[in-house]
Design a protein around this ligand. Structure first.
Ligand SMILES: *[C@@H]1O[C@H](CO)[C@@H](O)[C@H](O)[C@H]1NC(C)=O
Ligand SMILES: *[C@@H]1O[C@H](CO)[C@@H](O)[C@H](O)[C@H]1NC(C)=O
Length: 269
């Protein structure tokens, strides 16, 4: 499951192998105090939740500054679903040569009910609320990131596909496949989205990104299965694929910012 959580989505793939997990803390939410993680692959697995909180600073070598992920707390919402509060704190100097390189991915990732066929999943209830306060120019997005493949557990072969749902983005970040133009327009979650698609040349993995015609302003809620089924409908993949990775996070490129976020995300079988 840690291996699955390791793959992240990026406009420009990491130039080096993804960092091996390190500084892993395995805890439950009764024992786990708030923690700020600034390591290259520092994370905390919350065993009584479906989540890992991860500071995946895979392009640390290209970063002038720091990128940290904080775990704050877990609570249960009125709808009975658990929610996790976390934050992403970046202080990354603008450097022209790397302004188009994501420095990492800070996220909450699923650890449970993965490697399941899409057709066997009842629903993937989710919500994401966030505020971002940047005190310098900032580039980055707020996104959900899933991976599917014809085989259970595959998130690294070229048969795997990466799927991104960009809720909000700023500073001029563009998806893979932008130059080719949108492949489809999709109605979903009360709005319309453009589908961009392209191969991440560093990994050989096809990335399909949905960008909303009007960005969400700090809050989104929906069933992730509807997004995946919308991609089935336009022929991106079939219903017999496995859902192997799922997470919600933010990809910083540069700037000084604090993202405060709360996420609910789980796979119901
Ligand atoms: C925050 O970032 C955006 C996008 O780069 C920029 O337009 C805005 O001026 C920034 N805010 C501050 C206070 O620097
Ligand atoms: C996994 O799926 C089962 C069956 O729907 C469900 O009871 C359980 O809550 C799910 N686990 C998580 C962490 O969502």
């Amino acid at each position: 499951m840690l291996k699955n959580a390791l793959l992240s989505l990026a406009l420009v793939a990491p130039a080096f192998a993804l960092p091996a997990p390190q500084g892993i803390t395995i805890s439950d939410t009764i024992k786990q105090k708030p923690i700020q993680m600034c390591g290259v692959a520092q994370n905390v697995v919350l065993t009584d939740t479906p989540w890992i909180v991860y500071n995946m600073h895979y392009n640390k070598a290209l970063t002038k500054g720091s990128m940290c992920t904080g775990y704050e707390s877990v609570s249960t919402g009125a709808n009975g679903l658990k929610k996790i509060k976390w934050n992403a704190v970046t202080d990354i100097e603008y450097v022209k040569a790397t302004d188009n390189v994501p420095k990492g991915y800070t996220f909450v990732g699923l650890t449970q009910n993965l490697s399941t066929k899409l057709s066997a999943i009842k629903s993937i209830p989710a919500s994401y609320t966030w505020t971002r306060t940047n005190t310098t120019a900032y580039k980055g997005n707020i996104a959900l990131d899933f991976m599917i493949a014809p085989t259970a557990g595959d998130s690294t072969s070229s048969k795997a596909q990466e799927l991104m749902l960009w809720l909000e983005y700023t500073g001029g970040q563009l998806p893979i496949g932008w130059v080719a133009g949108p492949k489809a327009t999709i109605s979903l979650y009360g709005t319309t989205w453009k589908l961009y698609q392209g191969v991440n040349t560093d990994t050989g993995i096809t990335v399909s990104s949905l960008l909303p015609d009007v960005m969400f302003k700090g809050a989104w809620e929906g069933d992730v299965k509807e997004w995946l089924m919308a991609l089935v409908k336009v022929g991106v993949f079939g219903q017999d694929v496995y859902v192997n990775v799922g997470n919600a996070g933010t990809e910083p490129f540069y700037g000084k910012a604090r993202v405060e976020a709360e996420v609910a995300l789980e796979i119901k079988l």
